[in-house]
Design a protein around this ligand. Sequence first.
Ligand code: TMP
Ligand code: MG
Length: 313
Amino acid sequence: MHKKRPSSDGDSGSVKRACKEIAVDVPELAKSTVRIQDRKRVQEILQSIHNGGPSKLQVIADFDMTLTKFAHNGKRCPTCHNIMENSTVISEECKKQLQGLLDKYYPIEIDPKRTIEEKTPEMVKWWNEAHDLLISQKIQKDKLVLTVRESDARLRDGYRVFFDELKKQSIPLLIFSAGIGDVLEEVIRQAGVFHPNVKVFSNYMDFDESGILQAFKGQLIHTYNKREGALLNSDHFQELKNKRNIILLGDSMGDLTMADGVHSMENILKIGYLNDKVEEREAQYMDAYDIVLEKDETMDVVNGILKYITAKN
Ligand code: TMP
Ligand code: MG
């Protein structure tokens, strides 16, 4: 249900004050791409995270279409899987088949009328079929660097400030992706931002002794099983048990469960990029995410929030 803004005079007065304060603390929240259902709540979370300071903070971010752009100059940008699909390591026939899978399953992935329970088996089919196709191409490990270099992969504008600031403040960043770990690592390595504070949970390629792709390692991560992935990686969250304040960045309803493994969480601020089918999905996103960024290809708001949180009290 899409919650209505409070309507009584008293409430709307405090909401107005919250709106004012929030934009003073974080001027980027005044951007036209920003939608917030409950500004008072966001103000309170921001204040609490700010009070905790950088030493209590960790950031958990999805990769495809969250840290990377959805579109650039009107053209769609690739996901990790698309980077492989668009490259010369994949045959024309295989490209057609991967495109066919995307045409079939992507509308299901983003359909606001289907439940996650209904979508999950379809996502498992999509990922398994796509991975089988990639494996059939006998991809060589040493081609990955060039494949990424020649791709149209694009991190969001302002990504360098984001990654560098987290490193500078020793704030752990977990990139939790249903994409391909080897590919996403190469994207951030080539961008010069794969800093030591960055950890990745994703689907990793398994190469045989001669460096040919033969399988994918471990438990499959797709869009809607990130909760299970988070719970399986309890060691990571145990190490960060004192980082009880979370900023979560996602672009899918499945990304909302990425922080489910966090110990003794105190505050979480959920920021969601709404890239596609904006009108159809706005109500759902505004209910689920504290801050929704509509067709915003930048890290501006996130960087503004980090600046406020890490500023001295
Ligand atoms: P994410 O969790 O990092 O956003 O990665 C998942 C995205 O990958 C999801 O939005 C769908 C996309 N995807 C493709 O573009 N092609 C594919 O073949 C598969 C399996 C997924
Ligand atoms: Mg995504």
